[in-house]
Design a protein around this ligand. Sequence first.
Ligand SMILES: C[S@@+](CC[C@H](N)C(=O)[O-])C[C@H]1O[C@@H](n2cnc3c(N)ncnc32)[C@H](O)[C@@H]1O
Ligand code: SF4
Length: 460
Amino acid sequence: MSNLYWKPGLIRRYDRQGPRYTSYPTAVEFHEDLAQIDWPGAAAKSRQNGKPLSLYLHIPFCAHLCYYCGCNKVVTKKRDRTRSYLDALKTEIQLQSRRYGRDRVVEQLHWGGGTPTFLSPAEMQELMDWTRSHFNVLEGAALDCSIEVDPREMQDGRLEKLHQLGFNRISIGVQDTDPKVQKAVNRIQSPEMTEQLISEARDLGFTSVSIDLIYGLPHQSSQSFARTLDEILQWKPDRISLFNYAHLPDRFAPQRRIREEDIPKPDEKLKMLENSISELVEHGYDFIGMDHFALHDNSLAEASRNGELHRNFQGYTTHANCDLIGLGVSSISMLEDCYFQNTPDISEYEAALSEERIPVKRGLRLDMDDEIRRDIILELICRFELSPEAINQRWGINFDEYFPEEISLLQQMVKDGLVHQQIDGRYRVMPPGRLLIRVICQVFDRYRKPSATRQFSRII
Ligand SMILES: C[S@@+](CC[C@H](N)C(=O)[O-])C[C@H]1O[C@@H](n2cnc3c(N)ncnc32)[C@H](O)[C@@H]1O
Ligand code: SF4
């Protein structure tokens, strides 16, 4: 099965730096001209259209520092560090609820981090109660309610508390189970601990368990990573994210503690990826799209088959119809034609909210060209196809005249077997192209200058 995906020569030729397209334009294009972005105007428009909401709450605290980590986080041993942050976050929820409307239906709620389970059970209760009293958050299975969980931070009945609060999906950070790798990245987490958490989550009735793995970490080899995968597969997670380690030590200082010479070489990484895909497919997982696998009967796999998959800052989702409101330090909101992000600095975030100011730092107002290109990139990354005819109809353009340069780049990809063009003019991404979907999307990225791509990690 993996042979369908695997064309090493092509992969080497096309493997370059590129964005992961959790948005188009990507966050790298955000700027600080807030008047031009006019996010309050976009929020008012969102209130008028009354679409359902997806809320993302960022909890930045971690008790330990993982050297590879590229997330926005505050590493601290002080458990009471959360107090002032929670107060600020609650003020932001209140202010945003006034802006977007208290009656707005929330279909999807996600707590990300950092480590959201750094909060005590009482704090979790407080935050959820506050959110529910400021938005019309759906109940029970109608709410897609997920949280990022670190098994090392699940003491004092946190899992039961999450279940009580309405969370029905957990996403567990594992990365690798090999002790040597764990030591090199400063994340010691026994497989037994993870296994026990999964089993308790299933007993409690969580409907989906997802696991994060990273390939490309120090001391990993194709053999050691195959053992990690074997171990994980015994637990039958519903979803697996297999991230390529993004090593950007200039941007993330803790990554400087990882020795370059310990990082596996590109050929070894390719082997890890190839073996992993073939192993996952053999064990009944569908390759949903970039980095993501789900068991065939999982809602994400179903959405992928039905063409209903969507992608936003949280990765793949089934909630294409929602406006996304990001709450908390560094969080990004995504409305129809406007993206905006809070400051990544926690002191600045708390100070602004103590004056009842939402500290939006930067963002972007999309023009029509951005929207057309976003539409195309979403088609490619979520459905692995592109219909020029449908684009013409939706946007009133002539695809051939609008995208001459892009079409010639696509034609090269057709020649290389990454993409197939059907008689009706539609492009379909072929299995070898699925691994290189970022490069295919990049064809339509008008900001894809060499200077910009340097800020992204390698594709494979
Ligand atoms: C916010 S963390 C997960 C939650 C929790 N803090 C934990 O680590 O268990 C989200 C995920 O991002 C991924 N990640 C973090 N840094 C990364 C990097 N430099 N390259 C690739 N993936 C990364 C990891 O797989 C991690 O589990
Ligand atoms: S991977 Fe998770 S636990 Fe580790 S530092 Fe990053 S956010 Fe914190």
